[in-house]
Ligand binder design. Structure first.
Ligand code: NAI
Ligand code: UGA
Length: 445
């Protein structure tokens, strides 16, 4: 089969990266989304989200072999359909599959006798690929589970350089869908990226297990950091020494105020639910979640211990996005801390290096564009030095490396009190102390 047309349903983070990536491989791609505003922007070559390099690649292909629409009718001409809609957390912590099922029903309406493949990129609980196949009963279709492992902020780099490609099939002896997927991902085969060809269930579990494992590494080091805080020492040295053991590895051992984002928190919770619905208690994964939920409160208590009462104190919160180089505020620890500080009666001045993250914060709190508050003691500022002016303390909430190179001498002259609560352990503790700052990190005093 020669792949002619590909549809990507859902043009959020994953769908958009997938769309431009497949267009770059030379396929004819149509992105489908129910969000008209998004579709209009995309067709004009504008990305609704911030991701380095994405707009350039979008502009390169849009109007040529890539276009966007809200019409599901495009499915009629598609051989392969990538499903990339969101699977957010529902009220009980399960993955909410409403968007998945609604998209599958919309797709089904345009199916005829022609053979097609649905590739499920969205992170879905075990059994979902099977359920999708059942929903499409009678259709000439194969369903492939193809979880995505990209990270926001470096999404394109991750897309073009994956550690592995995981493909789950209903029947691993049925070569037809396997061959088609290999044709689509020929670029990766040529690059000798390992392919894991497996069953639906294994593929579904791999995605959740990978995220839960990485989240567990973070919660583990955050727990150790608490001990270090009590006994003295520096968690950064501990992490470094641990990481030098190749069996442990040096990645995801940065202690801080916990993991955020659109995936780790919700996926860990959804995995717990998948155990519990089968009568199994996921002790370790539950602890990962609990440590993470608690971490921001532990850090707030550290701040409280220093000031006593936070009511009326002014803080500069540096970092709004859940990680550097994205505008994504979903489950951002910085935003969580701002909420907690506001509840304590503090005045918060905040800043993020990514302009769109600042704009999203203004939108989230419905502040007016000047950053002045409507019912909140919150100010979003466009300049880091303006942000730190006259504050009682600086709190770092996102691990921006740019912070290291800021003019801390100048910052020291602007603040009311020279004190930094480094929630990401990003600063050089000794250097900052030499400049006369008091320094509190996570597991380093
Ligand atoms: N954001 C990330 O870095 C990663 C996300 N994932 C997973 O990928 C999936 C998508 O995540 P994101 O791209 O972050 O979500 P998102 O929320 O950014 O985008 C989802 C898109 O789907 C659209 N949509 C919803 N219902 C639709 C329907 N019936 N038909 C067409 N479009 C519809 C929405 O309008 C939105 O544009 C999730 O399952 C997530 O867990 C996996 C790896 C990385
Ligand atoms: O399923 C997903 O959506 C994605 O989730 C994460 O990617 P992402 O959420 O973009 O960001 P990460 O770089 O993993 O960071 C997540 C959070 O962990 C925190 N973190 C990370 C590393 C670390 O050592 N310590 C730490 O606290 C970050 O500050 C951030 O808040 C995974 O890394 C991706 O592989 C996966 O595809």
């Amino acid at each position: 089969m020669i792949i002619v047309n590909i549809s990507v349903v859902g043009t959020g983070y994953v769908g958009l990266i997938q769309s431009v990536g497949l267009a770059e491989f030379g396929f004819k791609v149509v992105g489908i989304d129910i969000d008209e505003r998004k579709i209009k922007l995309l067709n004009r070559g504008i990305t609704p989200l911030y991701e380095e390099g994405l707009e350039e690649l979008l502009k390169k292909h849009v109007g040529k072999n890539l276009r966007f629409t809200t019409s599901y009718e495009e499915i009629k001409n598609s051989d392969v359909i990538f499903l990339c809609v969101g699977t957010p957390q529902d009220r009980d912590g399960n993955a909410d599959l409403r968007f998945i099922y609604s998209a599958v029903n919309s797709i089904k309406r345009y199916f005829d006798d022609r053979y097609r493949i649905i590739v499920v990129k969205s992170t879905v609980p075990v059994g979902t690929n099977r359920k999708i196949k059942e929903m499409l009963g009678g259709c000439n279709v194969d369903v492939v589970s193809n979880p995505e492992f990209l990270r926001e902020g470096i999404a394109l780099r991750d897309f073009f350089n994956p550690d592995r490609i995981v493909l789950g099939f209903e029947d691993v002896n049925n070569s037809r869908p396997i061959d088609i997927m290999k044709e689509i991902y020929k670029y990766f085969l040529d690059k000798r990226v390992p392919f894991i060809i497996t069953d639906w269930e294994s593929a579904e579990v791999i995605k959740y297990a990978a995220n839960a494992f990485l989240a567990t590494k973070i919660s583990f080091i955050n727990e150790i950091a608490k001990l270090i805080d009590a006994v003295g020492g520096d968690i950064k040295t501990v992490s470094k020494a641990l990481g030098l053991d190749e069996r442990i590895g040096d990645k995801f051992l940065n202690a801080g105020i916990g993991y955020g984002g659109s995936c780790f928190p919700k996926d860990v919770k959804a995995l717990i639910k998948q155990f519990e619905s089968r009568g199994i208690e996921p002790k370790l994964i539950k602890a990962t979640d609990e440590v993470n939920e608690e971490q921001i409160h532990w850090f707030l208590n550290k701040i409280k211990r220093y000031y006593g009462d936070l009511n009326g104190k002014t803080f500069a919160v540096l970092g709004l996005a859940f990680k550097p180089n994205t505008d994504d505020l979903r489950e951002s620890r910085g935003i969580k801390l701002i909420d907690l500080l506001l509840r304590e009666g503090s005045i918060v001045k905040c800043y993020d290096y990514v302009e769109k993250a600042r704009e999203n914060t203004i939108e989230r709190y419905r502040l007016d564009t000047s950053g002045a508050y409507y019912g909140y003691n919150l100010y979003v500022l466009d300049d880091i030095y303006e942000t730190v002016k006259d504050v009682d303390g600086i709190i770092i909430t996102t691990e921006y490396s740019q912070l290291i190179d800021e003019d801390w001498d100048k910052i020291g002259n602007l603040v009311r009190e020279k004190i930094v609560f480094d929630g990401r352990n990003i600063l050089d503790k000794e250097r900052i102390k030499e400049l006369g700052f008091k320094y509190f990190g996570v597991g380093r005093g």
